[in-house]
Design a protein around this ligand. Structure first.
Ligand SMILES: Cc1cc2nc3c(=O)[nH]c(=O)nc-3n(C[C@H](O)[C@H](O)[C@H](O)COP(=O)(O)OP(=O)(O)OC[C@H]3O[C@@H](n4cnc5c(N)ncnc54)[C@H](O)[C@@H]3O)c2cc1C
Ligand code: FES
Length: 508
């Protein structure tokens, strides 16, 4: 039987709409079969694709800020004039339509031609840029260099076997078995050749000669650079306990790690997740979706309390318990012998699969060996440049002066890594752009997303608006009266507004 097509929502915008049809300056309608978001901001009108190019969120639920719209789910930002994905995590532009005003009505006309960036001369641009790392930050930098018209050489060296991958998905839909393979690459393979980006996989950089401007590649020739970007990310902490090196005991960082877990999960009845970290608990949720009994063993009394506070911690625990996860809190695994895991408190759990999610360590070896300044991460200035001119560091390894918390911070967030890659790319081309994005991360547990803006390592008060248990809440983490961070569940607009307020707070 032929499937019925759902008609696109809203009015036919080619037939014209009145100004009073807008709600908060936004209106969703269609042009042919395509959903289009019409935006009235200031005196300007814009028509763009109605869905975010990252995970397809409805942009009508987002926030319009001048000539831009921010996505409600993971805070990407699009320029409404050009459609450009100005801020990650979205990387692809929205389509744009021409708009006309006639007799007090607004008509959406034909689609505007998308302009593909053409390599052009960038004044005083370096000739050769080498990027160490093929993850969030390294990829976003390479993509932005080409977007900004850099025509010189880009070599991206990645120790991973897979091309840049949507890492957050590895503990969510892909691990749960509900995301197809083609969701994972950040770009299809052809992208690299088409954009003249030399991506070398399985390539380990083993040294940097800052005087000779060279990187040493294991088993390969040295590479010369004019600008160097370090984006080596972090590696999972491995447990120093007997039996942690067995094939059914996994960490989760790379696509290869995730595939190995999926292989072990086949036919498994029970899994142990060691650590109640974000990744550990997301993995627990994904394994429950595969109908595997999941036990989480972790030393803390409440999951995620250190980052989200006690009330959110209790909620996260209850949420996982509702889905059948069994917690062993205040406990650790001290040995794994085949399927038998011994707990410190004396218990024994039998499981065919163990996932260790006890945190990560930034990969600092290269930066240390090169003599770059280290401060619990690679120390960078406001432009993301390290203590050696021409060498930049971004993503999980970088500690930067965050103007919002007024501290030098290092975080392990996907969106921050991508945005830092983008800023460093512009700065390597000679701009002097301060990295001042408000940190943002999200985490997903079953159907519950948690969004977090800002950065609060400590607080003296958490103000809770709404009802956490009802999954409709906003938590403000305050220190000395200042809001340092805001966590939320299903309050996307308020989360975007909190981000904007933090951006506009004059505390530099
Ligand atoms: C399973 C999982 C789920 C996650 N989910 C979320 C989420 O929901 N939300 C969120 O905000 N964050 C999430 N994160 C964190 C996020 O993925 C990281 O913060 C982000 O990937 C950091 O980007 P990066 O570029 O610094 O490092 P990575 O993405 O780790 O990339 C590092 C790259 O450097 C390469 N490399 C390292 N050393 C060398 C070397 N010597 N030579 C050559 N190459 C080298 C590696 O091979 C890799 O390609 C998740 C992480 C994981 C593992
Ligand atoms: S869906 Fe828009 S940023 Fe993720």
């Amino acid at each position: 039987m032929a499937q019925e097509q759902t008609p696109p929502s809203g009015p036919d915008l080619t037939q014209g709409v009145a100004f009073d049809a807008f709600v908060d300056g936004k209106l969703v309608g269609h042009v042919g079969s395509e959903e289009v978001l019409l935006v009235h901001s200031g005196s300007e009108l814009f028509a763009v694709g109605a869905h975010c190019s990252h995970y397809h969120a409805p942009l009508a639920d987002g926030l319009v800020v001048g000539p831009s719209v921010r996505c409600p789910w993971h805070h990407a930002c699009f320029d409404l004039r050009s459609g450009e994905a100005a801020r990650a995590p979205a990387l692809s532009a929205l389509e744009c339509w021409k708009v006309e005003q006639r007799d007090g009505r607004i008509f959406v006309k034909e689609k505007r031609q998308q302009t593909k960036p053409q390599p052009k001369a960038v004044a005083n641009a370096p000739a050769k840029i080498v990027i160490v790392g093929g993850g969030a930050a390294g990829f976003a930098a390479a993509e932005m260099l080409r977007r900004r018209g850099f025509g010189g050489s880009i070599v991206m060296l990645s120790h991973d076997a897979a091309a840049p991958t949507d890492r957050p998905n590895l503990s969510k839909d892909y691990l749960a078995g509900s995301a197809p393979e083609d969701w994972l690459p950040l770009r299809p393979n052809e992208f690299y050749a088409e954009n003249n980006i030399e991506l070398r996989l399985n390539a380990e950089v083993v040294g940097i000669d800052t005087k000779a401007h060279q990187v040493m590649v294991a088993g390969g020739k040295n590479l010369t650079y004019d600008r160097l970007l370090l984006a080596t990310g972090a590696e999972p902490v491995r447990l120093p306990i007997p039996g942690a090196d067995q094939p059914h005991v996994h960490v989760l960082r790379s696509l290869a790690d995730c595939r190995a877990i999926i292989e072990s999960a086949k036919g498994a009845r029970r899994a142990i997740v060691i650590g109640a970290s974000f990744i550990g608990l997301e993995a627990a949720a994904a394994l429950r979706a595969r109908d595997i009994e999941v036990h989480v063993v972790a030393p803390e009394q409440r999951p995620m309390e250190r980052v989200l506070g006690p009330d959110m911690g209790d909620f996260v625990r209850a949420l996982h318990e509702e889905h059948g996860v069994i917690f062993h809190l205040g406990d650790t695994v001290v040995a794994i012998d085949g399927k038998r895991a011994t707990l410190r408190n004396g218990g024994v759990l039998e499981a065919e699969l163990v996932v260790v999610g006890v945190g990560v360590r930034p990969r600092l070896g290269l930066a240390e060996q090169a003599g770059l300044k280290i401060d619990r991460g690679v120390a960078v200035n406001a432009f993301l440049e390290t203590s050696v001119a021409g060498i930049y560091a971004v993503g999980d390894i970088a500690r930067w002066p965050d103007p919002h918390s007024r501290e030098n911070i290092r975080v392990e967030h996907w969106v921050v890594a991508e945005r830092q890659g983008q800023t460093a790319a512009r700065n390597m081309l000679g701009q002097q752009q301060v990295f001042d994005a408000v940190p943002f991360f999200w985490s997903q547990h079953y159907d519950v997303p948690v969004n977090y803006v800002g950065h609060a390592e400590q607080w003296d008060e958490i103000a809770i608006e709404g009802d956490i248990a009802a999954r409709d809440c906003l938590l403000k983490y305050r220190s000395k009266g200042r809001v340092l961070a805001v966590a939320s569940i299903y309050r996307d607009l308020a989360s975007l507004q909190a981000e904007l307020a933090m951006e506009q707070t004059p505390n530099r």
